[in-house]
Design a protein around this ligand. Structure first.
Ligand SMILES: [Zn+2]
Length: 406
């Protein structure tokens, strides 16, 4: 989640640079027969929202535009509630500071208002009333209006042009098929697709390693079966900067289709990537509004698409110098291995095992090395355009200029 971490870090930096936060000075409770009252005291008036969440545990969230914590009796930022409220804690680290209250039983926000000081501090008041389980499910959830951080991210949507990071560049090489899945079968002797893919992948690995500029991760480095989604997962866990899947095509007869094709993901693959990301735990943070998570996914997908296409162009250009291309233009497909929401990814069909000339090249150590050298050159070229301090700095610079012109 390098990309996501960069965004959130930059959002936090900027919000910290604006007005001083008003401190919460006390949190107290009143348990009544009909409701439980929560009173949050502060030095200055606080803008807040209050909503309940049913998943993963029942809780009340009171989030603030700005707020610090200065409650002398609760230095650990947590305490015990009363009535409908169990333990609570203050979270000042999230994009929007918030108080999170565990609920002892299903309840709903009955009233939520602010009061001027009357001897003490400003008061934010939340009245909770008990409800049935069904009503609780229906009334719980993140408020639908986008706010603060979401707006901030949209207004500063400069990251789609972010170049890849320069330092510790991680490249995942994915030799397609393997083990019980041979892929396209050899027709003129030599290896089946799985063997050809692996041989090429190992050459590319060695070429990249020799430069000393990359950390190379293989989805497989021997003849084993690896599930498609496990391959995606390897790239995601590695927080890879590039994923390149190696394949060999099959179509027609010995004089049929010839040459290489480079694919990036099409719209259906983007849709799959989006729903997969949303259903995945690490994109959805219960401590931030769901719409913020969705915006982050969109921004990451935009970034991934532009980087994947840029690399696909570079790869096609380099490969075209050393062997025929089946398609000279950008090609898109709905391949499962391309659908991580973050890692730029291409699928490289190196040639047709069904074509006699391609099959000869794919099985020749010399030609294979030449082809992989062209892939390595494309990777060098892709990462030559990275920014000096990595993408985080690039995002911060652009965001700073965006906010200064507002
Ligand atoms: Zn294949």
């Amino acid at each position: 989640m390098r990309f996501l971490a960069g965004l959130v870090a930059c959002a936090l930096t900027l919000s910290a640079g604006s007005a001083m936060a008003s401190d919460i000075t006390n949190v107290r409770f009143g348990a009544y027969e009909t409701h439980t009252r929560i009173v949050i005291e502060s030095e200055t008036p606080l803008d807040s929202r209050a909503f309940t969440l049913a998943e993963p545990v029942s809780r009340l969230v009171v989030s603030f535009d700005q707020a610090g914590w200065d409650v002398p009796t609760l230095p650990n930022r947590q305490g015990e509630g009363e009535g409908l409220v169990g333990r609570f804690q203050f979270d000042g680290q999230a994009g929007a500071p918030r108080l999170v209250f565990a609920l002892n039983s299903p309840s709903t926000v009955d009233h939520h208002f602010s009061l001027a000081p009357d001897g003490g501090g400003y008061r934010t008041v939340v009245d909770l009333a008990p409800v049935g389980a069904t009503a609780f499910q229906q009334t719980s959830g993140f408020p639908s209006e986008s706010r603060n951080m979401a707006q901030f991210l949209v207004e500063n949507a400069v990251v789609s042009a972010a170049p890849p990071a320069c330092e510790a560049v991680r490249v995942v090489i994915d030799p397609g098929h393997g083990g019980r899945d041979p892929g396209a079968l050899a027709r003129f002797g030599g290896g089946d697709e799985a063997d050809v893919n692996l041989a090429a992948g190992l050459v590319l690995r060695d070429l990249l390693n020799a430069t000393g500029r990359y950390e190379v991760i293989m989805t497989r480095d021997r003849d084993v079966f690896v599930d498609l989604y496990d391959r995606v997962e390897i790239a995601r866990q590695a927080e890879a900067d590039l994923f390149i899947s190696l394949h060999a095509d099959s179509a027609g007869d010995s004089t049929g289709p010839e040459g290489a094709t480079v694919y990036s993901m099409n719209h259906r693959a983007v849709d799959r990537a989006r729903s997969r990301a949303i259903s995945q735990g690490d994109w959805v943070d219960p401590n931030r509004p769901e719409e913020v998570s969705r915006i982050l996914v969109e921004m990451s997908l935009t970034n991934k698409e532009s980087q994947s296409e840029r690399f696909a162009d570079a790869l096609r250009t380099e490969v075209g110098r050393v062997q025929p291309l089946f398609r000279e233009t950008a090609m898109r497909a709905n391949f499962a291995v391309l659908i991580d929401a973050e890692v730029p990814a291409v699928l490289f069909e190196m040639g047709f095992l069904t074509n006699r000339s391609d099959a000869r090249r794919l099985n020749s150590a010399t030609d294979r090395r030449r082809l992989m050298q062209s892939a390595a050159s494309a990777i060098d070229e892709h990462f030559a355009h990275c920014q000096g301090g990595g993408s985080d700095r690039y995002i911060a610079q652009n965001t700073a200029s965006a906010s200064s012109t507002r």
